[in-house]
Design a protein. Structure first.
Length: 254
């Protein structure tokens, strides 16, 4: 237990979309295990609260306002993180637009909206990786976890296309960054009932989703936290380029 609780001691973990949902839960889980967590989010007030919550519980956390699509903002945040902590060991590209708004027919999505979707879900992941890369080189166990989606496997709308791009980038970067000792993997969640999902999906929609899974279970945040803890740890030292589905069979059953 003690070993588990110090598993990430001395590690610096940068998490995007850290104000709520998976990102906030990732921050808590890594901080509980000894990491210094750098929570970033476009929602400054809430990301500040998330970091304060970790510190109040005895963990180490800092918070930054960051729009992942803004490359200058990435430069500023990482320059500060590196000045304070010396580098980055774990990058979790989690921030993403995933509201039901983007699951509709392409024809119903005006170009500015499509552009923003791709800017956040694809360019955000790309810019984050390229900015963090030089600060991860040479750090033992350095790795990146991207958050894709089961929608990457079933061609589900514009949202699915962005998440398929994340899956493709994960493999491309694993190849490119492998020689630098940096592993790159992704997680493809199914439907996990975060506060945002609860607010957007009716109970009937959540229930309906379960009929497409092999297992009759409701997905939770913890399912994704556990998979992230595996991928970002040394237990996954031989794993790179993978997009691991955590879906109770959902993506495979379509
Ligand atoms: N919850 C699910 O069932 C599910 C399933 C598949 C994939 N995902 C993916 O997991 C990730 C997190 O999902 P969640 O359910 O925790 O979402 P969430 O909406 O609860 O949280 C997302 C966070 O990202 C932030 N964000 C949005 N745009 C941003 C930007 N441009 N820059 C920085 N931060 C920004 C939001 O402010 C929010 O705090 C997303 O990439 C989502 O597509 C979620």
């Amino acid at each position: 237990m003690a070993e588990q609780m110090s598993q990430f001691e001395g590690r610096v973990a940068v998490i995007t979309g850290g104000a709520r949902g998976f990102g906030r839960a990732f921050g808590r889980a890594l901080a509980e295990r000894g990491a210094h967590t750098v929570l970033t989010d476009i929602d400054e007030a809430e990301v500040d609260r998330a970091a304060a919550e970790i510190r109040e519980a005895g963990g180490q956390a800092s918070a930054y306002r960051l729009d992942v699509a803004d490359d200058a903002a990435w430069d500023g945040v990482l320059a500060d993180v590196v000045a304070r902590h010396g580098g980055v060991d774990i990058l979790i590209n989690n921030a993403g637009l995933h509201s039901l708004e983007y699951g509709v027919d392409w024809a119903r999505l005006p170009v500015p909206k499509l552009r923003r979707l791709f800017d956040v879900n694809v360019m955000g992941v790309m810019i984050g990786t390229l900015t963090a890369r030089p600060h991860m080189q040479g750090r033992t166990g350095a790795n990146i976890v991207n958050i894709s989606s089961s929608a990457a496997f079933n061609g589900m709308g514009a949202y699915g296309a962005t998440k398929a791009a994340v899956r493709a980038l994960t493999l491309a970067w694993a190849r490119e960054l492998g020689p630098e000792g940096i592993r790159v993997n992704a997680l493809a969640p199914g439907l996990h009932v975060t506060d945002t999902i609860r607010a957007e999906f009716s109970p009937q929609m959540i229930e309906g989703h379960r009929h497409h899974q092999f297992l009759d279970l409701e997905g939770s945040e913890q399912d994704i936290v556990d998979a992230m803890l595996y991928l970002s740890s040394e237990r996954a030292r031989f794993v790179t380029g993978e997009t691991i589905r955590v879906t109770a069979g959902y993506a495979s059953s379509l």
